[in-house]
Write a protein that binds this ligand. Structure first.
Ligand code: C2E
Ligand code: CA
Ligand code: CA
Length: 528
């Protein structure tokens, strides 16, 4: 029910909320799944680093065993020890070479026999372990070196970097792992680096060995949780998406229901937002106010005063117009009754009634309640029925109009000339007045054919003994033309626009020839 042209802010809020609600289950589900995945990744990272630590310890156990076995030979001539050096290489699966040193010089190796190369204890973490990025035999190829000593003599055993790479790659193929010894570290590509290793964004775990000076570092890239989410939870994701859509649709439906014209009109009715406005009807000759038409206005909390043609069609469609008219009649009676002295006897009060209101005898009660507010004969209630929507002549409706007639309630056929009522219709429903539609009045002085219709209507009403009201009178030319053709009543902006009750009463009070004011008239009326 568009009540005005601009509704942007409210609309955007209404349009966005279902989307926001729809996204909630998805976001909530994603947060929970992400948390779950991170927990799983951390557990997996802890398990794999432990396994790698154990595997590297196994390799080092081999190296330590070989070096310890050879330590007693350190300082002895190389040709004497060489066979034992080679024997340890053969016996220990992970040992690639064994060596003896004395006085910081490596003097015997399993590969070459006699040798001469300096040995620096400070290269070794805790004097025990060195992660080398290659030696003279295999430059650029990682090597893990174990050193043990007794005084200035000692034994050294080495393991090939490939054993380490195998441990790092095979234990957890989809996890990033590093082996760290001192300030050297090696990833699963087998390349040895020096300095601070990169931290892993997800499930970063570091586990040190309790037996050797090294640690293993594991974790995952930032993209890993997303990959797992897509590959492990497609069904759950689809379910969340579906839940989101359902939540969004339900929310949209609820908003629409809460803001439906029906709900909005019900709210307005309960908040008493429908007000009567009054437009005077003047009589021929002296143009004094002979009555007024009650026109409904909606005093909307956001939209201000709303015109009836913007909401009456919805009220008619939903059937709420009957209740609204009842409330309007009550409002009108309560506003006018305290100042009934301002009204001349037989003052016409015209109320617009829809066909639906004429279905049963409830309308009789409504009219009685209205009239009971006034001294007998003070007002003449006129029900205006539009010719656009004719009433069906059933026994019930005919009885209703008979009773209305007996009560002295008048019937005016509104918008006359725009519909298809017959003479029989006018008679059956005991029509007292014809209200000539303003479109015909607007043609006065311009369109010959319309003017001819207007003349015929005036003539017809005279012959049928019906009163005639011309509405929409805006110019003096129209006023004078209608006066010349003996039209009984006129209504239009030329005389007065529809106005609120207080203004209407104030205007009534200040008109010349008006009856005395009641003692309890409100100050705004007295001032006027
Ligand atoms: P209507 O019953 O034909 O009422 C006359 C309309 O013409 C009113 O419009 C009035 O303000 C307007 N009018 C009066 N004099 C002039 C004039 O000189 N020039 C022009 N251009 N217009 C003039 P309003 O108040 O906007 O009402 C429009 C329609 O809404 C009414 O037409 C009536 O059909 C309906 N309506 C108003 N109140 C009620 C109500 O309480 N119940 C029902 N069922 N319908 C109502
Ligand atoms: Ca009317
Ligand atoms: Ca009308």
């Amino acid at each position: 029910m568009p009540l005005s042209v601009k509704r942007s802010a409210l609309w955007s809020w209404r349009a966005l909320l279902p989307w926001a609600i729809g996204v909630v289950p998805l976001v909530f589900g994603l947060v929970v799944m992400n948390w779950q995945i991170e927990r799983e990744l951390r557990a997996s990272s802890q398990a794999t680093t432990r396994q790698v630590v154990e595997q590297v310890e196994r390799i080092l156990d081999n190296l330590a065993q070989a070096a310890q076995a050879l330590l007693p030979l350190a300082g002895r001539p190389c040709e004497e020890a060489q066979l034992a050096l080679r024997g340890e290489v053969t016996r220990n699966a992970f040992v690639r070479s064994t060596n003896l040193f004395q006085h910081d010089t490596l003097y015997c190796t399993s590969l070459f026999g006699d040798f001469d190369e300096p040995v620096d204890a400070s290269d070794y973490t805790d004097g025990t372990l060195w992660l080398m990025d290659g030696n003279s035999v295999t430059p650029g190829h990682a090597l893990l070196v174990y050193r043990t000593s007794s005084g200035d003599r000692g034994a050294i055993s080495t393991a090939d970097g490939d054993h380490l790479v195998t441990a790092l790659r095979l234990i957890a193929p989809d996890e990033d792992l590093q082996l760290r010894v001192g300030n050297a570290w090696m990833g699963s590509d087998g390349v040895v680096h020096h300095g601070q290793p990169p931290a892993y964004p997800v499930a970063d775990v570091t586990l040190g060995s309790t037996r050797y000076p090294f640690s293993v570092h594991g974790g995952f890239t930032a993209a890993k949780p997303g990959e797992l989410l897509r590959s492990h939870y497609p069904a759950l994701l689809s379910l969340l998406l579906l839940l989101g859509v359902v939540a969004g649709v339900v929310c949209r439906w609820q908003i629409r229901r809460a803001n439906s014209p029906r709900a909005e009109l019900r709210r307005a009715l309960e908040a008493d937002e429908f007000l009567p406005y009054f437009q005077p009807v003047v009589r021929k000759g002296d143009y004094r106010w002979a009555g007024a038409e009650v026109l409904m206005r909606w005093n909307h909390p956001h939209e201000g005063l709303v015109r009836p043609d913007l909401f009456i069609p919805y009220a008619e469609h939903s059937g709420q117009i009957v209740e609204m008219t009842r409330a309007l009649m009550l409002h009108t009676a309560q506003s006018l009754a305290p100042y009934a002295a301002l009204l001349e006897d037989g003052f016409h009060i015209g109320v617009n009634i829809t066909a639906d209101h004429c279905r049963d005898l409830a309308l009789i009660n409504d009219c009685q309640t209205f009239l009971q507010h006034f001294p007998p004969g003070r007002v003449r209630l006129t029900l205006e029925l539009t010719e656009r929507k004719l009433i069906e002549a059933t026994p019930a409706t005919l009885e209703l109009f008979e009773k209305l007639h007996e009560m002295g309630v008048m019937i005016a056929l509104d918008d006359f000339g725009t519909g298809q009522s017959s003479l029989n219709y006018l008679r059956q429903f005991k029509v007292d007045y014809l209200k000539i539609d303003q479109s015909f009045v607007a043609m006065i002085g311009s369109d010959a054919l319309s003017q001819h219709i207007l003349d015929s209507v005036i003539e017809l009403s005279g012959k049928l003994g019906l009163g005639i009201v011309a509405e929409g009178v805006e110019t003096e030319t129209q006023r004078d033309y209608l006066a010349r053709h003996d039209v009984d009543y006129q209504q239009g902006y030329l005389f007065a626009r529809p106005m609120p009750a207080a203004e209407f009463l104030q205007a009534l009070a200040t008109r010349p020839g008006v009856a005395r004011l009641p003692q309890d008239a409100p100050p705004e009326i007295m001032r006027g």
